[in-house]
Design a protein around this ligand. Structure first.
Ligand code: SF4
Length: 664
């Protein structure tokens, strides 16, 4: 058995009830990594072409990172994988918390489920002993209720992955939760779990992750910690809500771009979490406003709107920080809300994506609505981005007279209308009335009602995240061309600034600290870096690292950690190649399942600035995505007219069998 990984997976057929342990060859780990790479290797080979995502042939996997459990900082993410019912192609979603090391302690690098159980069940797996347990009594419970019930039944030292009512109701925007509110929310994999009648997994045990060079891991942690603590408190004091508000206004008009840095990231994430940029992003154009049709300074101004959801107002409710496994940052938080119109009590702090999807996107400045909706969606296990974008679509359709009040079950809903938004989200969760039409996201809603398709902001059915591609065209590439579309956790130009990959890959240029703001519309100087970032992020997902660790300016040296844990002695470029292999295998999965990436995952015209906005920092911006995408595809080694990996690229990566499958 190798080091860092357990060397085995658990394969469960829910139709027959069979539970088998399978050994994974060492070469698979060294070629594909673990995590997303292990999943790509397994799912590409085992899910038949054309499988129904909600049928018995689809496989739902829970995979851990290669570094998870090794003690390396910020490497505790797990990933749900399967064929996505939302896009019809490769699906994945990841979350932090404490589940991933628990799966590893149960003895496995991953657990894969096929088939459909005749009744609701959960899988209990502790120290390589696994059994399917009747979950009829849990069916219908929300995430928090299920978590607490399972804790009393199975034990406190066991961690859970759970679906709520949204997953049970096969909502295509449902996810899978652990730690009560860390949700692997994207790709609609909660519905896959629901279709299999798998309510939860409960994992734990005492199996240990062996590490070849634990002293080196400690040394890398120590070096990271020394940098992390240096100057952070001072910087955090400087970043008051007033300074953040003023920064947003300044950045809106500044002709000079200021590169983001790991030093800012460490201070802001520790102090506020991801909500740190709520106000800045609404002002500078990063955050889409009014379903991507508005301008922050005009439609969501600081004075009356964005300041109302500023990060300080949110952390004023924080009673303790929340840390994922092995993370010194603790960007999460537990709030206590005992005042306002929706006193939800103890609840998880909303993330930036949630605050924006239910803030500027809907022109809502009621912070308590955001707390309430966040709590509702976390309990239901529904994607907050998907839900917010679907409500935004609905409001715009209503505003433009495409939908009548009667069609909305008598609910009149407008921009920023708190109570109507809550009622509509509740209906979506329960699939009640018009909520049934909305529960599968904005693409399906527009299709079913045959209305407002042009206002449905999605790529391939996956709702676009809260980073505007017109502000950062790097996200346009990521949203449209990655094997999993509409994903902000891959890369954009802003992420490139934060990644500072030149600290790890010495041949890359250092990021300039200042640049002309308009230069972000010239792709030539950034395409190479986007290609590297894409490959690196696949590797990041193979080792189970947190995106925010990567955003610490290259100080979280994942290739060095990987060598220390596994005993391999590969050059950092080896791991880029690993990432590239995984990226190509995931894209090949899409092609095998009939996806035509350039048409099926095309961006809505608004997301590329057609028509261009009439005001604000993005006024007049229209992206030349034809040129941008062609350059990216050429560098990636994919056919520029189809985005299919070329035969030469697949063979170069050792994916000869895949090349044969895809041969025209
Ligand atoms: S930075 Fe936040 S999301 Fe990432 S590992 Fe730490 S606590 Fe979890």
């Amino acid at each position: 058995m190798g080091k860092g990984y357990m060397g085995r997976i658990l394969v469960v057929d829910l139709g027959t009830g069979s539970i088998e342990e399978e050994t994974v060859p060492d070469a698979v780990y060294e070629t594909f990594g673990s995590g997303m790479g292990l999943a790509a290797w397994f799912l590409y080979n085992r899910i038949p072409a054309g499988a129904d995502p909600l049928g018995a042939d689809n496989i739902l996997g829970f995979v851990t990172g290669l570094l998870t459990g090794s003690g390396a900082f910020m490497t505790g993410r797990w990933m749900a994988v399967g064929k996505s019912p939302l896009t019809g192609g490769w699906g994945d979603a990841n979350a932090g918390g404490k589940l991933s090391p628990a799966i590893k302690r149960s003895g496995y690098d991953g657990i894969f489920f096929s088939g459909i159980s005749p009744k609701p069940v959960y899988l209990k797996v502790i120290d390589r002993k696994a059994e399917l347990v009747d979950a009829s009594h849990l069916w219908g419970m929300d995430i928090v209720e299920t978590d607490e019930t399972l804790k009393s039944e199975v034990g406190k030292n066991v961690q859970f992955a759970i679906i709520g009512p949204a997953g049970e109701n096969l909502s295509l925007i449902s996810g899978i939760a652990n730690d009560k509110a860390r949700i692997a929310a994207r790709s609609g994999l909660g519905a896959v779990m629901g279709s299999k009648r798998l309510k939860a997994i409960a994992a734990g045990g005492k199996q240990t992750v062996s590490v070849v060079n634990p002293e080196k891991v400690k040394e890398l942690n120590k070096k990271f910690m020394a940098w992390f603590n240096r100057g952070r408190e001072t910087m955090a004091k400087i970043f008051s809500a007033k300074v953040l508000n003023a920064s947003g206004r300044f950045l809106r008009v500044s002709p000079v771009g200021f590169a983001l840095s790991g030093n800012q990231a460490k201070a802001l994430l520790k102090k506020y979490g991801t909500i740190a940029t709520n106000v800045i992003s609404a002002e500078n154009g990063d955050s889409p406003v009014k379903n991507w049709s508005g301008a922050g300074f005009r439609d969501f101004p600081v004075s009356t709107h964005s300041d109302k959801i500023n990060p300080q107002r949110i952390v004023n409710y924080e009673i303790r920080k929340y840390h994922c496994y092995s993370c010194p940052v603790g960007c999460g938080g537990i709030l206590r809300i005992n005042d306002g119109p929706y006193p939800v009590g103890e609840t998880h702090k909303p993330e930036y994506e949630t605050a924006c999807a239910f803030g500027p996107l809907l022109l809502n400045n009621n912070l308590h609505l955001i707390f309430k909706i966040n709590d509702m969606l976390n309990r239901a296990g529904m994607d907050t981005i998907g839900a917010g974008a679907t409500v935004a679509w609905l409001i715009e359709c209503r505003e433009k007279g495409l939908l009548t009040k009667k069609e909305l079950d008598g609910i009149d809903i407008g921009w920023g209308d708190s109570q109507a938004i809550i009622t509509m989200v509740d209906k979506m969760i329960r699939r009640d009335g018009v909520g049934d039409l909305l529960a599968d996201g904005c693409k399906m809603a527009a299709k079913r009602l045959a209305k407002g398709e042009e206002f449905a902001m999605h790529a391939g059915g996956q709702e676009l995240p809260m980073h505007d591609s017109r502000y950062d065209p790097g996200f346009a590439v990521s949203y449209a061309l990655e094997p999993t579309p509409a994903r902000h956790t891959n890369y954009g130009y802003q992420w490139l600034e934060l990644f500072e990959l030149n600290r790890i890959f010495k041949d890359l240029p250092a990021r300039p600290k200042l640049f002309k703001a308009k230069s972000r519309y010239n792709p030539d100087d950034k395409i190479d870096l986007l290609v590297v970032a894409s490959r690196y992020m696949q590797f990041v997902n193979c080792v189970g690292a947190c995106l925010f660790g990567v955003q610490m300016g290259g100080r979280l040296d994942l290739p060095a950690y990987t060598n220390a844990v596994t005993g391999w002695s590969h050059h950092p470029e080896y791991y880029l190649k690993m990432g590239e292999r995984v990226q190509n295998l995931r894209q090949s999965f899409n092609i095998k399942h009939g996806i035509k990436p350039l048409t099926d995952f095309a961006l809505p015209s608004r997301a590329v600035g057609s028509p261009a906005l009439d005001a604000g920092p993005l006024k007049g911006v229209t992206l030349n995505t034809g040129e941008l995408f062609a350059k990216y595809l050429e560098k990636t080694g994919w056919d520029t007219s189809t985005a299919i990996p070329t035969q030469g690229k697949l063979r170069e990566l050792g994916l000869d069998d895949v090349a044969k499958d895809l041969k025209p």
